[in-house]
Design a protein around this ligand. Structure first.
Ligand code: LRH
Ligand code: MN
Length: 400
């Protein structure tokens, strides 16, 4: 939305409609005890059941107004598959939080040691494809649109696997999975350059994911996890390419200093998120067809889970509004005339302005606490769940 001279024009009439439609999905696993390969620091308030995760998500949405859906990981949240759908439906009713993207788990089973959809063994690939189809059916039963696929598949030593043969296995498996999608569903293909594999990863970058999504079928798109890039990579350029090719399906937002650190959004490089959000706003201003799911994918190993999640949503709201205030028309004009400094200054000014007072005004107008994090701190929710859940936490395992 063109606003001319930014700050002065950041009116409620301009900001409120933008904030009213801004939605970001939270990950169920963000509320659970998670760790690293060096261990897990257990938090008494952490959620360990899908009920508790839905309740925590409802509290985040009550405080922020921007998180009506929660992403689910199949084996973590629906361990009995389709048999757990009714329970999840009941939780949707009782918490007004809807099940969001459905994430298959193709990284826990022992038999996936040498891969899941890319495994040289056809029977193991068939088992993995079965889990994909189960995940698609669960999504259909929950009216969830997106099946969000991440694969750890890869190898650790040169010569130990055929990179090219595994591409064939993957194309086949994704085409088979795509053929089970119902109308309106999407298969989001997430790429990651390394970890847990440290020599090659089968879906290692955006180009591979784009090819595989196109080869799978028209309902497949690419998912950009901001933590899944080499440190020198220009993520907003990748986003521009995926927008240009109409292959951008969604994001997993988090932040990082080094690798896939899964830190809270905007905690290390808020300007990175601002630059990504700008690409989305600019594309929408130019009328590009946009259907981009915003999701958070973080593991809160040290911060309180609720605090970290509320902090993340607030940071996302702030950066989305800042980016929306860039006068794209004026910027395009300056870019066309190569007025580099004027263009950069217009861009930077939008990033540096303080939108928090306007956000507080919007929250007050929508019956939300002006400062969600402060409201969480004094609302007693964390104390309540700490009491209810203490003693239930296990130290075993590193994830969820
Ligand atoms: C892999 C990943 C993927 C999820 C997992 C929780 O690193 O980003 O999106 O399945 O984190
Ligand atoms: Mn992710």
């Amino acid at each position: 939305m063109s606003v001319g001279t930014e700050a002065a024009n950041l009116s409620a009439d301009w900001a409120f409609p933008i904030l009213d439609v801004f939605k970001i999905e939270i990950p169920s696993w963000g509320f659970a005890n998670t760790g690293t390969r060096f261990g897990k620091f257990v938090q008494a308030a952490a959620a360990s059941t899908v009920e508790e995760k839905f309740r925590d998500a409802a509290e985040v949405n009550r405080l922020t107004g921007s998180t009506p859906t929660m992403a689910l990981h199949v084996l973590w949240d629906l361990p009995n598959g389709l048999a757990d759908v009714e329970k999840v439906r009941g939780l949707e009713q009782s918490t007004s939080i809807r099940a969001g993207s459905i994430n298959p788990n193709l990284f826990q089973d022992q038999e996936y040691k040498f891969g899941s959809l890319c495994n040289p063994s056809s029977s193991i690939r068939a088992h993995a494809v079965k889990h994909m189809i189960d995940s698609i059916e669960i999504a259909a039963a929950l009216n969830s649109r997106d099946i969000s696929l991440w694969l750890p598949d890869g190898s650790n030593y040169p010569g130990s696997q055929s990179i090219r043969r595994r591409i064939g296995f993957l194309e086949e498996a994704l085409q088979e999975s795509h053929s089970h999608l119902i109308e309106g569903q999407r298969l989001l293909v997430e790429y990651k350059p390394f970890e847990p594999a440290f020599y090659h990863t089968d879906i290692g970058d955006w180009g591979m994911a784009l090819h595989l999504a196109k080869a799978a079928g028209p309902q497949a798109k690419v998912l950009v996890d901001t933590g899944h890039h080499y440190s020198g990579q220009n993520i907003e350029q990748i986003v521009a390419w995926l927008l240009h090719t109409n292959m951008l399906g969604g994001f997993h937002f988090n932040d990082r200093r080094y690798a896939d650190d899964d830190l809270t959004l905007g905690s290390i490089d808020p300007y990175q998120v601002f630059r990504i959000f700008h690409e989305i706003h600019a594309a929408s201003e130019e009328g590009l067809p946009l259907d981009v799911a915003f999701m958070i994918d973080q593991s809160h190993n040290l911060k309180g889970k609720m605090e970290a999640m509320v902090q993340t949503v607030v940071a996302a709201q702030e950066l989305w509004l800042k980016a929306a205030s860039v006068d794209c028309e004026e910027l395009a004009h300056l870019q066309a005339k190569c007025e580099l400094v004027a263009a950069e200054e217009l861009f930077r000014r939008a990033f540096w302005q303080d939108v928090r007072p306007l956000l507080a005004e919007w929250r007050a107008a929508r019956g939300l606490p002006a400062d969600p994090l402060a409201a969480l701190a004094c609302g007693g929710y964390v104390e309540r769940i700490t009491k209810e859940r203490s003693g239930k936490q296990s130290t075993g395992g590193s994830y969820a």
